[in-house]
Design a protein. Structure first.
Length: 131
């Protein structure tokens, strides 16, 4: 009885591990990783401006093409920066009011980076790693 129970438990564990392996493979096949952008209250956001419900920002690191794609909605004008772990700006792109998509090169040096979206109607940061 104990032997059957051990075999059952091992079979379940093996099946679960196989499922996780399949899901991990599927998510990595696209070569893209979402960068979670956390909205922060920044000093550059217009004083007295209320949060607009239609503002949205998302970013994806495309490992295949070595780019970062940022989708913006109603953030107005400003800049997008990539900052390294030593607090140095390694790249930046200006954002013109009405811009909805920005594509910028991803860093080529391994390390931890911060993606900063600094616009007059929005300030947010996201973190990613280059390996």
């Amino acid at each position: 009885n104990k032997m059957k129970m051990k075999k059952s438990i091992l079979t379940i564990i093996a099946a679960v591990m196989c499922c996780f392996t399949v899901f991990a493979t599927d998510s990595n096949e696209s070569g893209k990783t979402s960068i979670y952008i956390k909205e922060l209250i920044g000093s550059n956001v217009e004083v007295g401006r209320e949060r607009d419900l239609f503002i949205s920002v998302s970013a994806v690191l495309d490992h295949t093409d070595n780019i970062i794609e940022v989708e913006l909605n109603d953030v107005s004008s400003g800049d997008i920066y990539i900052v390294d772990s030593n607090n140095r700006v390694v790249d930046s792109v200006p954002v013109i009011s009405g811009t909805t998509d920005v594509i910028m090169p991803a860093p080529t040096v391994d390390g931890y980076y911060t993606l900063v979206i600094s616009c007059s109607h929005y300030y947010g940061e996201g973190y990613f790693t280059i390996k």
